[in-house]
Design a protein around this ligand. Structure first.
Ligand code: C2E
Ligand code: CA
Ligand code: CA
Length: 405
């Protein structure tokens, strides 16, 4: 069990587990297992008791998705509204797909899904989850990539004073091995904490309705810094900027961006706005919600015209996109998992059929790059080519990298 009690507080003091499951037996098993591991644990069987027991010191929530009187999805939404910081383990007797859909929904609500427990579970599986997720101390900012809690006034000040910088990650055309564009990735230059990564503040800024302002800061900065970057043969590069789906509610958004693009003398075709598929789907309809609820009520779902990724692609058909970006999780699982390879291959095919160029992100190895080349993927982005770089480092990269010749 961890490193024992090296720190001042015993583990029972830091780990607080809260269970909600309409089957009292399940709760009992979890409580006794937790106790045997010296962890504090409370089990509830309905939403009212659960919410009463949901104190700020709860570090891990174990939630049954399917309960007759309480809708697990509704509860997730509620936790999202409360900006719940606890790790969440979803439990259900449904297949993994439902758990994964719900987990994705949880993430889109800003929750931290740390694991799944498929019922019926075996004791070692439960112990494993408790050991990894309940015995870790309250998240410490020392692990920089872990989302950290930031006071609201810090965030407001950051936006007011534009405490943000952009790192740029090169995008390389696979056929020619040459850089063709840059993605701007925001970082917060926090006066005390140093560099803070977007996972720690994007959701918060969205919740505080400050995301539009960040968007404008990023777009302005990206466009104005762009002028100094080009390939050594003089070819200008495209600029990709991440846009929050919320900004798409503003009917004047396109005009405002175009005005800035013109101001900076960037050809409009060199400006690429990235919108996540999940937020697109979320905006198009409440599909994720409805599908998982249908399944939780016991009905079955069939994905018609199935060809992995096609369900999502089907909606993307109506989006006038010019580029499809393959998520890094698929790229990284390509070597080990057949499903991931199929997803990547099919996404490339479908993207091309819909007239889009296809970019794979998260390319970390030469094997991944070669697999993508063989499958006619257009562009690659990832640590193998370059990490996201601050401006001076990017300038160096553009001067020295064979990809920038
Ligand atoms: P994203 O748009 O999917 O950006 C790609 C993320 O993958 C970046 O994380 C990048 O640093 C990381 N990455 C790139 N290559 C590799 C690789 O080879 N391996 C691995 N493991 N990771 C790689 P980052 O910079 O922390 O950004 C996280 C997310 O924050 C972005 O994901 C994007 O959704 C969001 N974001 C970043 N900048 C902005 C912004 O200006 N506005 C908005 N609304 N969101 C932003
Ligand atoms: Ca992106
Ligand atoms: Ca991505």
């Amino acid at each position: 069990m961890g490193m024992g009690m090296g720190k001042s507080e015993p583990e029972t003091g830091t780990a607080k587990i809260l269970v909600i499951d309409d089957e009292g037996d399940v709760g009992d098993i979890i409580v006794s297992t937790a106790q045997s591991m010296n962890l504090g644990c409370t089990a509830t069987t309905n939403a009212a008791d659960f919410l009463k027991a949901l104190l700020p010191d709860v570090t891990l929530i174990m939630m049954d998705l399917a309960m007759p009187e309480t809708d697990g999805i509704e509860l997730l939404r509620l936790l999202g509204k409360k900006q719940c910081k606890a790790g969440i383990v979803l439990m259900s007797g449904f297949d993994r797909r439902v758990l994964e859909t719900a987990e994705q929904l949880g993430r889109s609500l800003g929750l931290t899904a740390v694991g799944q427990l498929q019922k019926p579970f075996r004791l070692p599986e439960l112990e494993d989850i408790l050991r990894t997720h309940a015995t870790c101390k309250a998240p410490e900012p020392s692990v920089q990539r872990l989302p950290i809690a930031i006071p609201e006034q810090d965030l407001r000040r950051a936006v007011e004073r534009s405490e943000f910088v952009l790192f740029y990650q090169p995008q390389v055309e696979i056929a020619t091995n040459r850089v063709v564009g840059l993605e701007g990735l925001v970082r917060w230059q926090h006066p005390e904490r140093g560099l803070v990564f977007p996972d720690s503040f994007i959701n918060r800024l969205e919740a505080l309705d400050l995301i539009d302002q960040l968007g404008w800061i990023v777009i302005r900065r990206g466009l104005s810094e762009m002028a100094q970057f080009a390939r050594r043969d003089g070819t200008p590069l495209t600029l990709s900027i991440n846009v929050s789906a919320r900004s798409l509610h503003d009917l004047e958004f396109p005009d405002k961006v175009l005005a800035l693009v013109r101001q900076c003398a960037v050809p409009p075709r060199n400006m690429i706005l990235e919108i996540t598929e999940s937020s697109l789907i979320r905006e198009l309809s409440n599909a994720l919600d409805i599908l998982s609820r249908l399944r939780m009520k016991g009905m079955q779902l069939s994905i018609d015209d199935f060809g992995t990724g096609y369900a999502m692609m089907h909606q993307l058909r109506y989006v006038p996109a010019t580029e499809l970006k393959i998520d890094k999780t698929f790229v990284q699982e390509m070597n080990s998992k057949v499903d991931a390879r199929v997803v990547v291959q099919k996404t490339i095919e479908i993207g091309h059929e819909l007239g889009m160029r296809v970019l794979a992100e998260g390319v970390e190895t030469v094997e991944q790059l070669e697999f993508l080349r063989t499958n006619h993927c257009d562009l690659a982005q990832g640590y193998y080519l370059s990490r996201p770089l601050p401006v001076p480092k990017l300038r160096e990269w553009l001067e020295n990298s064979p990809h920038a010749a």
